[in-house]
Ligand binder design. Structure first.
Ligand code: NCD
Length: 309
């Protein structure tokens, strides 16, 4: 049995297949509970701290919604500017302090490794909501849950990851969970934004079937799931390089209808121009359902790390 009590959720690579299956089961249970009765009283008296040093709409609000629907409450901040880090307080001190107030911490920070640093400073479990271009494990889990929900199962799917695979933390975490399933992965990116070669090489060593290409249409023809991502503007040192690469891949309704109408289309959001809005009404456009699944998955994680389920 998977035991998450007291554990930090820091990296997509930390999970075993058993643990992933367990998270999927608990997320499914949470979805049923919310559909039936909106909220539970499982986390009555518990407090979640949401410490977001970097912009977020979905991740922070879905953590907060998750905690409210579990019957707990939330404190936190939505930008570094409103916390004492603006006065020069170190991350470790901020965390050590918040740790005196709350039972679980969800955080996002622009620095790679910051969530691990926070986990060392805190007694309470820390859940990484994104550390720079590093990891975003809760997104990977909700993406997995979405694939299972949309396709019936995760095993057997060909998953195309397209866009900014260099800086995109959602795909860095995603591949670490997909590797436990019988999935073929196709990476589609401009030459300058390919998946970091050390990640690709390690996954291949672990026996994962991976193809790399710049040809989105060819990949789409083979795919069950297409996961589009935003070019991560805020991670570029040179704005001219961003200008050169933005708009590299744009998915249109015509492409889906012409190449593969059965495709499940995902995106962690926010979208800039990677998916035209006329795609949104296709039955396979799953990105808003994916955001909803984030609440169920985060409910599962909060309940698991506190040992309440
Ligand atoms: C992603 C992120 O913050 O990494 N958004 C999210 O959490 N849903 C993707 C992105 O910002 O492009």
């Amino acid at each position: 049995m998977a035991d998450f009590k007291g554990k930090d959720i820091l990296d997509g690579a930390q999970f075993t297949r058993n643990e992933l299956d367990h998270v999927l089961d608990v997320a499914d249970y949470m979805r049923k509970q919310v559909k039936e009765r909106r909220a539970l009283d499982l986390m009555d008296g518990y407090v979640l701290g949401t410490l977001f040093f970097e912009p977020s709409t979905r991740t922070r609000l879905s953590f907060e919604t998750a905690m409210h629907r579990l019957g707990g409450s939330v404190v936190g901040f939505a930008s570094a500017g409103t916390s004492s880090s603006a006065k020069g307080e170190s991350l470790a001190d901020t965390i050590r302090n918040v740790d005196q107030y709350v039972d679980v911490i969800a955080m996002r920070h622009p620095k790679i490794g910051s969530a691990r640093e926070a986990a060392q400073a805190a007694e309470a479990p820390v859940i990484n909501g994104g550390d720079g271009a590093g990891q975003h494990p809760t997104q990977a889990l909700l993406d997995l849950f979405t694939i299972q929900s949309e396709r019936g199962q995760v095993d057997g799917n060909t998953i195309v990851l397209c866009g900014d695979l260099k800086y995109g933390r959602t795909v860095h975490s995603g591949v670490e969970v997909y590797k436990h399933f019988a999935c073929k992965l196709i990476f589609v990116a401009p030459e300058a934004l390919t998946m970091p070669p050390e990640i690709t090489a390690r996954l291949k060593d672990q026996g994962v079937e991976i193809e790399e290409t710049t040809d989105l249409e060819a990949a789409m023809a083979e795919a069950d799931v297409l996961y589009m991502t935003r070019i991560q503007k805020e991670r570029f040192e040179d704005p001219a390089e961003y200008e050169r690469l933005k708009g590299s891949y744009i998915l249109t309704r015509d492409m889906v209808e012409r190449i593969n109408p059965d495709l499940t289309i995902m995106h962690p959001l926010p979208r800039v121009d990677e998916i035209t809005t006329d795609v949104d009404t296709l039955p396979g456009a799953a990105y808003f359902r994916q955001a909803q699944n984030g609440v169920y998955t985060r409910m599962a994680l909060i309940a698991l790390v506190t040992g309440e389920i």
